[in-house]
Structures are given as structure tokens and as C-alpha cells.
Design a protein around this ligand. Sequence first.
Ligand code: DGL
Length: 267
Amino acid sequence: MKNNKKNNQPIGVFDSGVGGLSVLKELEHLLPNEDFIFLADQLYLPYGEKNKKELISRVSKITDYFIHQHNIKMMIMACNTATSNTIDDLRKKYSFPIVGTIPAVKVAAEKTKTGTIAVISTVATSKSQALKKLINNYCQSMHVLNIGCKNLVEMVERGLPSVVDKLLLEYLEPVVDSNADYLVLGCTHYPFLKKNIKKIVGRKVKFLDSGKAIAKRARFLLVTNSMVNNQKKHGKTSYFTTLDPSKFSKTANLLLKSKIIAKKAKV
Ligand code: DGL
């Protein structure tokens, strides 16, 4: 198949911070020939404490930045908070494919044996209509612990200081006291906390995040829209942050054990 202009365009991926890297990792793995532009909107972090209107305005600015500065062919919202509060409005405004991140509630509901599942997410996601709808649709006869967490995102941004365990203990106490067998990580920062969470909830609670499902959805849309990048060489990822590139690079390298060098973006 020959590449046309669109096929060679990059895919834009964004989050409020380093959390989106947990999704990017899966995208790079499943789509090795695609080029990615990753944007961490750290100047506006945390998204989890913003309201719907603020989030729509911010995400619209990011989308315009991706289109005008990087000519993207598809956008991935590697952020549950942005997705649950903005994706419907964004899809009305832009005609290119937009893939969102939603907590893996449906999968947890299908897999649970105890009939109790837990979802941890940011405050904005836990209160969102989108999450309420997911729970209503898929967890009719189940017990769902919907736990909104403050400050966990900042802990990941700070490179996981030891105080994170104390905070997690507070949020996860109801999970430990329940018979939940699945814990949905409803924020893309949280996969970086898996080791810490495991220490608290033990082995009988399994984790679910959305990274792999997002990558599969992106691949499906690339194929069905004839947008696959057919270059033979490995794709490249460029990293941008709206705040401090050296701080972003340091944390990203710590979390991913890689050598990322980010640039500053004005959005
Ligand atoms: N990673 C974002 C999410 O998945 C967290 C956003 C934030 O609070 O800044 O919701």
C-alpha cells in the first residue's frame, strides 16, 4: 500500500501530565510505525479539580495546537478526566478521529466473581455523568465503590515520594474492607502506582487500566479510515510540555526508565 499525505501525519496524544505516558507506551507497542506527538499540559494540572467548562476550553486549545502546529491525523485523549468531561463536545467540533480514555468498568463488571468492584479516579471523573452512566449501564446488580482521589496525580508528577503510601491507604481502606476482586484504575497516572497499590490491597484484587484497549481502538480506527502509516522504519515520538521540559523529562525518565527529552509548547 502506498502512503498518502494523511498516512504520514502524526498522532497527537495528551494528558495533563506524565500519566498519559502509561497510554503512550501501549500505543507505541501496538503501532510501532506511527509517529506520535505527546503533550503534557502540566501548566494546567490537575485537570481533576477543574470544572467541565474549563476542561472543554483547555482541550479545545490543545486540539487546535495539535492541528496547527503538528498537523495530526488523529487525537488520543490519554486522560480519563478530559474524556469524561469533554469528548462529546469535542467530537461535535472536530471531524477527525478522537479516541478517549474511559475507566474499564465494563470489563470489571464482566470479570468480577464477587459482584463488588472498585473504581479509583480523580474527583472530576468520579463525579462525572460519564462514569455514572458506565456504572448504571454495566453494574446493575453490583456493588461499586466509586472513590474520587485528590493529590494522587501530584504524587506521580513528583516522582512517587514515600508519602504516597499514606495517602493511598486512606483511599483504599474501603476496598480492603470490601470483597472487591477488581480495582479499576480510572486515571492514567495510576498505573504508575501499581506496586504501591498492590502492597495495600494484596493479591486477590486485580487491576484494570485502559491502555491496551485504547491502543486497539486507535489501530481499528487507523485501519478503517485508511490512515495507517506504512513507513518501514520505526516511528518516532516527540515530547512537549506546557510547563518545565527538564522537570517533565526527569519524571518521565524515572517512570519509564528511558531517555526522553521534552520541549516547551505554548498552548
Ligand atoms: N491522567 C489524568 C486522568 O486520567 C489525571 C488528570 C489530572 O487530574 O490532572 O484523569
